[in-house]
Write a protein that binds this ligand. Structure first.
Ligand SMILES: CC(C)(COP(=O)(O)OP(=O)(O)OC[C@H]1O[C@@H](n2cnc3c(N)ncnc32)[C@H](O)[C@@H]1OP(=O)(O)O)[C@@H](O)C(=O)NCCC(=O)NCCS
Length: 168
């Protein structure tokens, strides 16, 4: 039901971000007992943080990276432009389970993602963040994303509108 409603109605202001992937991107050390993983796919890479703490192995954070427009549609509703043919990708679908929040996992995950994407030859990672999501905005800016634009998104009964302005 929630999923259906999201497809027929939605609105909000979103910030657009980009991060240049360069050799200075260093993978940070993570907390004990937690490990970053990468599930490599043709359309999408799914990155996770796994906890090996008993009683069981659990995924405690996940962020996806889309490698083409079809995959982008699965992780981000905002139709901003990504030049996939020119080495650009976009990230989204991030989630940390509530009991593991505010331990630096999202920032750590991004350091791992940037490093992996750079090694794979990608040049730029893009993302959109809802203007009200203060935590996500904080993390994106902390890990080096630059705000390149802002836009307004409206979806009424599947009719979508996106108006974008560049940040001067
Ligand atoms: C956004 C989300 C992924 C962050 O995950 P996380 O693993 O807790 O993130 P981190 O621990 O790496 O970083 C959280 C940062 O936000 C800061 N923070 C916490 N509350 C904050 C607030 N109200 N305003 C601003 N910053 C805040 C923390 O201090 C921390 O920053 P620091 O490392 O500089 O101290 C998690 O909150 C989540 O899953 N939210 C629901 C889904 C979501 O919003 N996904 C992102 C969509 S773009």
């Amino acid at each position: 039901m929630v999923k259906l409603r999201r497809h027929i109605f939605g609105m909000g202001t979103y910030y657009l971000y980009e991060k240049v992937l360069d050799r200075d991107t260093e993978e940070l050390l993570g907390p004990d007992g937690l490990y970053c993983m990468q599930d490599i796919g043709d359309d999408m890479h799914v990155f996770s943080v796994l906890s090996i703490f008993p009683p069981k192995l659990t995924t405690v954070h996940t962020t996806s990276v889309a490698l083409n427009s079809k995959a982008k549609g699965r992780i981000d509703i905002i139709p901003y432009k990504v030049n996939f043919d020119e080495g650009e990708v976009c990230s989204g679908g991030s989630y940390t389970v509530p009991e593991f929040r505010n331990r630096g996992l999202y920032s750590w995950m991004y350091s791992f993602i940037f490093h992996r994407l750079y090694v794979e030859g990608y040049k730029l990672d893009k993302a959109s963040v809802n203007k009200n999501n203060k935590i996500s905005i904080h993390v994106h800016e902390k890990v080096g994303f630059k705000r390149i634009g802002e836009g307004f998104y409206l979806n009424i009964l599947g009719l979508r509108m996106w108006r974008e302005n560049k940040v001067s």
